[in-house]
Design a protein around this ligand. Structure first.
Ligand code: AMP
Ligand code: ZN
Length: 465
């Protein structure tokens, strides 16, 4: 299995540090508002990485943090006239609710920054003791020139690093690249006690401290959106590696942006679609299908046509699986089914290429539909295998849920109930030897592309597409 490691900008074999348990840290949301579809893309990619590793037989420990103290939270809370704590709590709960609606399995730990202040203080103290930090007026800064490898993740040249850092000019810093790990309190802001006076943590130290507390000094996979590579992840590396002297994360994964009208979807760009609004308009599986329809390192554009395409694909998948449900037989996997499974695994093993994995699934769906339309008896055992393989792989991607209906005005559940009702009436007719009614129901259903079959166990039906 290979992962594209942003740290070395190449595909690398995935070898977990501890074969017993893969550790993953994913940078979660800053909870000042509801999450948008862009945030959802990154969260979903992490969910699928974890599901696939479990499918491959690994134990996985996933940690996804919540940044619940930050300038944006403080400013928004002031605008709304609520406390930062209250705003962060509400949006944290909304985040869990939205993630659950998208079928994202909860992480093993969802640490909150405000609940890890002592760990952050300890880490800052270690860096101060090593001469890698300095205090000015109650704020603590990281001394970038102490870390020779600074810039290795974002691969930026020293002059670009300077340009990036100058965005927040602070004359007191020794070097413009230095960044704050502890911010001295400002009037009216939430603050905590520290050896340097009251204040609050900087964003980068939060993730270093929480990742190390819950996953140890070296993590297998560290994930986040591509915007986090610099400075956030670069700074996480600088803090953690200087403190521990060991590599912080073995594989760095960065998810490309979800775009809208060709531009990054983002709060500050004012061009976002909230995940909860999208979920009010489309079933979970349709949104998941859309979000994984491109490989995670490729940009993806949010637009109506793409969502409609995903809706069509899901309808095709559901119809196919509905028809396949009636086949149960235990036999050797057929060539087509084996081929799909190996193509699926190959795609996912190659840096979690969900777009290609979907291609493998839908190729088999096409072949199954062909067999279903010919109603070839010999195909039945193969179809049973196909059902199993398709549900298994679709569940890794979270795009098949037996309870979900793709609403196209043709409610599948209601349709099934009506067909079953007609079959009951037909059975009553047969019991009273009313062959005319019985045959009429069979023939009329056939005209509607519903083929029925009388077996010793009862009558079964399937849709011929
Ligand atoms: P934030 O709440 O802005 O800290 O973002 C939470 C997560 O969503 C981070 O991992 C970001 O990198 C990611 N993210 C934000 N915007 C997008 C986007 N348009 N596409 C993909 N990921 C994004
Ligand atoms: Zn982070």
């Amino acid at each position: 299995m290979k992962i594209y490691n942003s740290l070395r900008r190449q595909l690398e074999d995935f070898v977990p540090l501890n074969p017993e348990q893969v550790s993953i840290y994913s940078c979660g949301p800053t909870v000042y508002d509801y999450i948008h579809m862009g945030n959802a893309r990154t969260a979903l990619v992490t969910d699928i990485i974890r599901r696939y590793l479990v499918y491959k037989g690994y134990n996985v420990k996933l940690v996804q943090n919540l940044t619940d103290i930050d300038d944006k939270i403080i400013n928004r809370a002031a605008e709304l006239g609520v406390s930062a704590k209250q705003l962060a709590h509400q949006n944290g709960e909304a985040f869990f609710e939205d993630s659950q609606r998208l079928g994202i399995q909860p992480a093993d730990v969802h640490p909150k920054a405000t609940e890890h202040i002592p760990e952050m203080i300890d880490l800052i103290q270690i860096l101060l003791d090593k001469g890698a930090a300095y205090v000015i007026d109650g704020s603590v800064y990281y001394r970038v020139n102490q870390f020779a490898e600074y810039g290795k993740l974002s691969n930026r040249k020293p002059e670009d690093l300077l340009a990036g850092a100058r965005v927040e000019i602070d004359e007191r810093k020794e070097d413009p690249r230095d960044f704050d790990m502890w911010k001295a309190v400002k009037p009216g802001e939430p603050s905590w006690e520290s050896p340097w006076g009251r204040g609050r943590p900087g964003w980068h130290i939060e993730c270093s401290a929480m990742a190390m507390k819950h996953l140890g000094e070296t993590i297998d996979i560290h994930a986040g959106g591509e915007d986090l590579q610099f400075p956030h992840h670069e700074n996480e590396i600088a803090q953690s590696e200087l403190a521990t002297g060991t590599p912080f994360a073995r594989y760095w994964m960065h998810v490309a942006f979800l775009k809208i009208d060709g531009k990054r979807m983002g709060k500050s760009e004012h061009n976002f679609i909230l995940l909860r609004d999208a979920l009010d308009n489309y079933p979970t599986e349709v949104i998941r299908h859309f979000l994984i329809s491109a490989h995670y390192r490729h940009p993806l554009d949010y637009n109506r046509e793409s969502l409609t395409k995903s809706e069509g694909a899901l309808r095709r998948l559901n119809n196919c699986l509905d028809a396949l449900k009636n086949y149960y037989e235990d036999i050797e996997p057929s060539h087509a089914v084996q081929e799909m499974k190996s193509q699926f695994t190959l795609a996912m093993d190659t840096d979690f290429n969900t777009a290609q994995a979907l291609g493998a699934i839908f190729t088999l769906v096409g072949e199954v539909n062909k067999s279903l339309s010919t109603l070839d008896e010999a195909a039945a055992p193969v179809l049973a295998q196909a059902y199993q393989a398709l549900t298994e792989t679709c569940q890794v991607l979270g795009i098949y849920n037996t309870d979900t209906q793709i609403d196209d005005g043709d409610n599948v559940q209601q349709r099934d109930q009506m067909i079953n009702l007609l079959l009951e009436i037909r059975q009553d007719a047969r019991n009273r030897k009313d062959w005319e009614t019985s045959d009429k129901i069979r023939d009329r259903l056939k005209e509607l592309n519903i083929e029925i079959k009388d077996t010793r166990e009862g009558t079964t039906w399937k849709i011929i597409s």
